[in-house]
Design a protein around this ligand. Structure first.
Ligand code: KG4
Ligand code: ZN
Length: 345
C-alpha cells in the first residue's frame, strides 16, 4: 500500500509518500521559519495561509520524487492534532478531499505518535518494547512503548516543554527564532563551568520534568553578569552553554532512570530537541554504559516532517482504521486516547 502523508500542524508544510513494501519513497518540506522570524514566534494566521500556498506544490513534488502517480495511492494520512487549529485544518481538508476524489480511505494521524515512531524509518529500526523520550517545542515526555498505539506515559513536563524552554531562553538572550538551534550554536563558543545551573527535579524520585525554573535562573544569571560587566557576547555564549548542559543533563538523568526502572534497554529519542548534538552524544554515552542502545531519526526527521505521518498513517490504514467524511482536527489530543494496533510493517 502506498500512502501520501500530510503534515501542517505548526510552521512546516510537508508531504511524503510511504510504501508498505518499499519504505519511504519521497518527501518534500517547506519551512516557515523566515516568515515568522520577524515576529519572534509562530503567527497562527500566517502559518495557515502559508500552508494553503505550499501544500499542493509539495504534494506534486513528493509524488514526482517517489515516481508515484496519485492514482496508485491506497490512502491519505494527515496530521489531525495536536497543533494549531487553522494550520491543521489546511492539511486535513486537503487530505480528506484528495482521499474522496481518489476514492481511497483517509486516516487522521496524531502528530506526537508520528514523532515517536519516526525512528522506525531508519535502519536498524528499534524493536518493541522501548522507552521513548519525546522532546519537541510543545511536549516533553517519557513513554514505555510496547507496540503501535501502546504507550504508557511515564512522565511529562509539568510546565514548559524542553524545546519551549530553549526558545524562551534564546529570546531572553536576544537570539533569533527558533531558539533551539541558535542557542545550541552559540553554546559551542561558551566556556564550560562559568555558571552552575540546577538540574530541575532530579533530586527526587519520579520521571516528571520542569523547565520553567531554569528559564528564570537563566534570566537572573544573565542580568547579574551584565551588571558585573565583561564581553556581552561571551557572557551570552557561556550562559547558553550552561543552560544547554542543564537541560541535556536533566533529560539524560530521567532517561537513565526510566531505563533502569522498567528494565528495558532500548531508548528512542524523537522530536525537535532530539536534533541537539550534545543531547545525542550524552544519551549515547549513558546507554553505552548501561549496555543498552539509543535510536534516533535522521536529523531532518527529528523536527516536523511528513515522512513520519505517512508511515504511521500506513500502519493504521493497514490495520483498517479510516476517517469518516467529516474533517475533524484537534488542538489538544491526549496520546492515551490512541488505539493500539497489532499488525506491524
Ligand atoms: O518537533 P518540532 O519540530 O516541533 C514541535 O512539534 O514542537 O520541535 C521544534 C522544537 C523547537 O522548540 C526548537 O527550538 C527545538 O525543537 N530544536 C532544538 C534544536 N533543533 C530544534 N532544540 C535544541 N537544540 C537543537 N539543535
Ligand atoms: Zn513536532
Amino acid at each position: 500500500m502506498k500512502v501520501l502523508g500530510i503534515e501542517s500542524s505548526c510552521d512546516e508544510t510537508a508531504v511524503a509518500v510511504y510504501d508498505a513494501e518499499r519504505g519511504l519513497l519521497g518527501h518534500a518540506l517547506h519551512s516557515q521559519i523566515k516568515l515568522h522570524a520577524e515576529y519572534g514566534g509562530v503567527v497562527p494566521e500566517l502559518a495557515s495561509r502559508d500552508h494553503v500556498r505550499y501544500l499542493l506544490p509539495l504534494a506534486f513534488q513528493a509524488l514526482a520524487q517517489a515516481g508515484v502517480d496519485k492514482r496508485e495511492l491506497g490512502g491519505i494520512a494527515y496530521t489531525a492534532g495536536p497543533g494549531l487549529i487553522g494550520a491543521l485544518m489546511v492539511g486535513a481538508a486537503a487530505g480528506r478531499a484528495l482521499a474522496m476524489t481518489l476514492d481511497v480511505p483517509a486516516v487522521a494521524v496524531h502528530h506526537m505518535e508520528g514523532h515517536l515512531l519516526a525512528p522506525m524509518l531508519e535502519q536498524p529500526a528499534p524493536e518493541f518494547p522501548f522507552i521513548a523520550l519525546l522532546v519537541s517545542g510543545g511536549h516533553t515526555l517519557l513513554a514505555e512503548v510496547r507496540g503501535v498505539g501502546q504507550y504508557r506515559i511515564l512522565g511529562e513536563s509539568l510546565d514548559d516543554a524542553a524545546g519551549e524552554a530553549f526558545d524562551k531562553t534564546a529570546k531572553m538572550l536576544g537570539l533569533g527564532y527558533p531558539g533551539g538551534p541558535v542557542l545550541a550554536k552559540l553554546a559551542e563558543q561558551g566556556h564550560r563551568g562559568q555558571y552552575q545551573f540546577p538540574r530541575p527535579m532530579t533530586d527526587r524520585p519520579g520521571l516528571e520534568f520542569s523547565f520553567s525554573g531554569l528559564k528564570t535562573f537563566t534570566l537572573t544569571s544573565y542580568q547579574q553578569a551584565l551588571q558585573q560587566g565583561g564581553d556581552e557576547q561571551q557572557i551570552r555564549a557561556d550562559i547558553a552553554r550552561a543552560f544547554e548542559e542543564a537541560v541535556v543533563d536533566t533529560l539524560m538523568i530521567k532517561c537513565r532512570r526510566a531505563l533502569q526502572q522498567t528494565g528495558i534497554n532500548r531508548l528512542v529519542v524523537a522530536g525537535g530537541v532530539g536534533a541537539n548534538k550534545h543531547l545525542r552524544q550524552k544519551l549515547r554515552e549513558m546507554t553505552d554504559k548501561l549496555g543498552g542502545e539509543v535510536f534516533y531519526p535522521r536529523i531532518e526527521f527529528c523536527t516536523d516532517n511528513a515522512a513520519m505521518i505517512a508511515y504511521v498513517g500506513c500502519l493504521r490504514l493497514m490495520a483498517g482504521e479510516t476517517e469518516p467524511l467529516a474533517i475533524n482536527v484537534r488542538a489538544r489530543w491526549p496520546m492515551s486516547e490512541l488505539d493500539s494496533i497489532s499488525s506491524r510493517t
